[in-house]
Design a protein around this ligand. Structure first.
Ligand code: F6R
Length: 251
């Protein structure tokens, strides 16, 4: 498929049959990064990345990949959830990946959503990313409103790790990860758009019709805070893996 042509950037778009195929292809690309003597992964949560994590576990069990020399930084965490809350992103990452591969738990980082001083936590998270040498490959999903991480529409392109309010659309979409009667937090701590753009490479995954409009706006629309994912047009090394449903509006 043709790369997205712009002034001084290129976004490589690959369209695959379905979500499982996106997961398998993403697994190949993440394994390439992991084959370096050491690597720093930027990780995401959400339904889109689950087939990728399942594929990585399968590959690891078959002896095909090791995380022994990797560190990871997740994009975001809910404010107010302790790491052992089942819907926290720390617990989610343990369940979906960390507990099943040979990554050193001490080198898996997520913002602490239950920190007493969240501003200090955000500053420390940025410092930890820098101390690790920056992120080699940042994995992203996309919200149906175009968010990346929890940078909702209106987030400045220059934003860094900070506390943000979640939109009702995002809280409703994510209520499926919470138990009956549980309330989705109203805030999260997220890497900012500028933080994300500092990753050396970016890998965005999008699956399902609900993402078709957002992906089209991100890749073909104007760059601006109405669609936070449009900021990817400013980065020089982005690969987008979309299934046919998510790619439907790419033309
Ligand atoms: C999660 C995150 C979010 C999700 C997005 C898509 O860490 O940062 O931006 O990637 O909300 O979520 P799913 O994949 O559940 O549709």
């Amino acid at each position: 498929m043709k790369p997205f042509a712009g002034a001084d950037h290129a976004i490589r778009i690959e369209v695959l049959d379905d979500a499982e195929a996106v997961g398998r292809r993403a697994c190949d690309l993440v394994c390439e990064t992991l084959s370096a003597p050491s690597s720093v992964l930027g990780l995401a949560t959400g339904g889109t990345v689950e087939p990728l994590y399942a594929a990585l576990i399968t590959r690891h069990r078959a002896g095909g990949v090791s995380f022994a020399h990797a560190s990871s930084f997740n994009l975001d965490e809910y404010v107010g959830l302790s790491p052992d809350h089942p819907a926290s992103y720390r617990a989610t990452m343990r369940r979906l990946l960390f507990d099943h591969v040979d990554i050193d738990a001490a080198r898996t980082f997520l913002p602490h959503g239950a920190a007493a001083d969240l501003d200090a936590e955000a500053t420390a998270y940025e410092a930890a990313i820098r101390a690790a040498g920056g992120i080699d490959l940042q994995l992203l999903g996309i919200g149906s409103n175009g968010h990346i991480g929890f940078n909702e529409p209106g987030s400045p392109l220059a934003s860094r790790t900070r506390v943000v309010a979640l939109t009702e659309e995002t809280r409703t979409a994510n209520s499926r990860f919470f138990g009956p009667g549980e309330t989705v937090p109203t805030e999260a701590i997220t890497m900012g758009i500028a933080t994300i753009l500092e990753a050396r490479r970016i890998l965005m995954l999008a699956t399902g019709t609900a993402k078709a409009e957002a992906i089209a706006a991100a890749l073909h629309g104007p760059v601006g805070d109405a669609c936070p994912a449009s900021a990817l047009q400013l980065h020089g090394a982005v690969t987008v893996l979309a299934d046919r449903a998510a790619a439907a509006r790419l033309g």
